[in-house]
Design a binder for this molecule. Structure first.
Ligand SMILES: NC(=O)c1ccc[n+]([C@@H]2O[C@H](COP(=O)([O-])OP(=O)(O)OC[C@H]3O[C@@H](n4cnc5c(N)ncnc54)[C@H](O)[C@@H]3O)[C@@H](O)[C@H]2O)c1
Length: 423
């Protein structure tokens, strides 16, 4: 490729370390990504990204750090990203990988500066903002991808294909769970995973709500959610565990458990999976994904990741030997980033050799195709997630009161107004 797309990453935390930067580095070595800039509030986490783990896996590669790696950790500025976006070449890719409550301002600013966007899930917490960002992107011929990487899990792709061929009949009842490790409570999560900003359903449950929609195309119409409050070591309160129930437009029920409490010395880094019971005319059907134990167990002579035995998940993201130097990323976590980079590059190039208005028309047609195809999550094909999150956040503070979702126009309302003391 002659002009690899430049990438600006905002945030330097866990998801950048585990998935985003290794994926971008590999794409850079394949000439699909140009210069990588990473901007964070301070240099503290950026130094981890420049450390041995990356030097060993991606020898000779580096990123431009803002602020510089030499700056003092105390030199903190939450607005550095604004200047970085304003100076970035148009039709680059801005990757937003910061806590949820910052996404709206960052994505909006990126669009206003003619950048394509890849945002970690969830995009935002309410429909109105998702709709506004989707409309702005479309008007300007820009791509927003929300990084729901489970859409690129081969299991989900296979289930979507078979479901849409009619081989599962119709979804009727199911359960999903995603419980992250207990040690998350001691991480930077203490500063943003607080009850006023998010909850376990919004953080991890949304993956499985999106997956059911991705597989079946069924839209959610009702949500109720209860939380279990726990304090972080710094004293801040979180909805640390959640139990949500989502009802779909055909009447199907999905229970979603989320939490930060899987044993740190357990066999996996988390516990996750989904079972969907379905019905044909005269028979039952099932979609069952054990997303924790994927058939690989490792026992070590010295602890790896703190334990002697692990269920390894080779499907999400691993760095493995390859023909080149260092290691290469494999898995649906990499595929998800690679597909977003590909799409942003292709949309940007559609403008080559055309007037501004012709370029916008061509880009809008390509964006409409991506929306309609429904593989990459965009605001227009994944806004059910914002409606579900909006409903769940309202339900949690009202101790599980059900909220209805309607679609014409899309909105969230308490199901039984007379029993809602807040109304
Ligand atoms: N798709 C997934 O499975 C998945 C997994 C983990 C996290 N996430 C999402 O990624 C986001 C971040 O999660 P994380 O685990 O990396 O969190 P984290 O706490 O480890 O890191 C957050 C990072 O954002 C940076 N940051 C915060 N405010 C900033 C600002 N104003 N300017 C620049 N940088 C800023 C912090 O410095 C830190 O580097 C969340 O929205 C989360 O939901 C998604």
């Amino acid at each position: 490729m002659s002009h690899p797309i430049p990438v600006l990453v905002i945030g330097g935390g866990m998801i950048v370390y585990d998935q985003i930067l290794p994926s971008l580095y590999h794409l850079q070595r394949c000439q699909q990504v140009g210069e990588i800039t990473i901007v964070a509030a301070s240099s503290t986490r950026l130094r981890d990204l420049a450390g041995k783990h990356f030097l060993d896996s991606f020898p000779g590669q580096s990123f431009r750090a803002v602020p510089s790696l030499e700056s003092a950790p105390s030199d903190r500025d939450d607005n550095r990203w604004r200047e970085c976006i304003s100076q970035f070449t148009p039709h680059g890719l801005v990757v937003v990988a910061t806590p949820d409550e910052t996404h709206y301002d960052m994505v909006r600013c990126a669009l206003e500066h003619d950048q394509h966007v890849l945002c970690v899930k969830p995009l935002v917490h309410n429909y109105q903002q998702a709709e506004e960002l989707g409309r702005l992107a479309h008007e300007r011929g820009l791509l927003i991808v929300i990084e729901y990487h489970k859409r690129f899990d081969r299991r989900a792709l296979e289930a979507r294909k078979q479901y849409r061929l009619g081989h599962f009949g119709s979804f009727a009842c199911g359960q999903a769970r995603m419980i992250e490790s207990y040690y998350y409570r001691s991480s930077n999560f203490q500063n943003w995973f607080t009850a006023d900003k998010t909850d376990a359903f919004t953080y991890v449950g949304c993956h499985y709500v999106d997956m059911v929609y991705f597989i079946t195309g069924l839209r959610p119409v009702e949500v109720s959610c209860r939380g279990v409050d726990r304090a972080f070591p710094n004293g801040k309160i979180a909805s640390m565990w959640t139990n949500g129930r989502v009802i779909f437009e055909n009447g199907a029920l999905l229970t979603v458990n989320g939490g930060n409490g899987y044993p740190d010395m357990g066999a996996g880094p988390n516990d996750q999976g989904i079972t969907m019971y379905c019905e044909g005319d005269n028979c039952g059907a099932i979609i069952e994904h054990n997303d924790q134990f994927r058939g690989v167990g490792h026992g070590y002579v010295t602890p790896v990741g703190g334990t002697y035995f692990r269920h390894v998940n080779p499907d999400y993201f691993r760095l493995v030997p390859w023909q080149g130097d260092g290691l290469k990323p494999v898995g649906y976590g990499f595929d998800s980033i690679a597909n977003a980079v590909d799409a942003a590059t292709a949309i940007g190039r559609l403008g080559d050799g055309h007037s501004d208005s012709q370029a916008r028309d061509l880009r809008q047609a390509a964006l409409a195709h991506i929306d309609q195809q429904g593989l990459l999550a965009t605001p227009r094909n994944s806004f059910i997630n914002e409606l579900v999150i909006e409903a769940a956040r309202k339900s949690i503070v009202r101790r599980g009161l059900p909220f209805a979702i309607s679609y014409d126009p899309p909105r969230v309302t308490p199901l039984d107004v007379s029993s809602d003391p807040a109304c």
